[in-house]
Design a protein around this ligand. Sequence first.
Ligand code: 13P
Length: 287
Amino acid sequence: MLVPATQMLQKAVEGRYAVGQFNINNLEWTRSILATAQDCNSPVILGVSEGAGKYMTGFKTVAAMVSAMVEEMGITVPVALHLDHGSYEGCYQCIKAGFSSIMFDGSHLPIEENIAKTKELVQVSHAMGLSIEAEVGSIGGEEDGVVGAGEIADPAECKKIADLGVDFLAAGIGNIHGKYPENWAGLNFEALAKTKALVGPLPLVLHGGTGIPEDMIKTAISLGVAKINVNTECQLYFQAATRKYIEAGKDLQGKGFDPRKLLAPGAEAIKKIVREKMKLFGSIDKA
Ligand code: 13P
């Protein structure tokens, strides 16, 4: 069964660890992440961008696939299926499709419009039993077509959005989607601490989890980050393992061309990086 992410994240705040959101692209991705979460006895959030939803033919397909996999794989750890950087329309589509959690990303809108739309979606998602994430400031770089300038969130605006009853909040603190550039200034812990002081026990979300040094991840968790999103790193691991398989000519040997063999090294590589992240975030044995 899919669950909203509220309870697992409140527990993470109390226990001072973070739950990973790992974005999915297809069946292999989903299976690898679910199997690792079960093996690690860790709660997990499966993130789906609007682009990935379209790629998989639509949110209904995604919800049906994930729900069925959780059942058929005998997954007993808490699993949330979460829309990542959702538009207003995308949020409604996911609520209807059977997701257990949504993110409304109104960070590019004027703050008053972000507040009005978030407020409406909080009411609707809670009435339907889903959890909801909102965003203030913006995450730099590009995530599946969603481009952000990377502004640091204004703590007072974070407080306004938090007061609407969102279950967790993404506040931009200099984090970037994709690989970090050489000259990256690092996370702004001062802004994070100010926001935390204003929003209290509300779980905070760190997007752009790929490539953030371990000490920064640990400091962020100590300052109230309870959900960390990882996407690019799983893609890079999948790509490197697939390249190795093909460069070794394994696809040319026997039935090495069988997609179940061709995609297996990538799928195993995803398991490896997800396990490493769960260990770093501290969510192992927290199911
Ligand atoms: P990365 O692709 O940098 O890991 O970021 C993922 C993310 O924040 C998804 O919302």
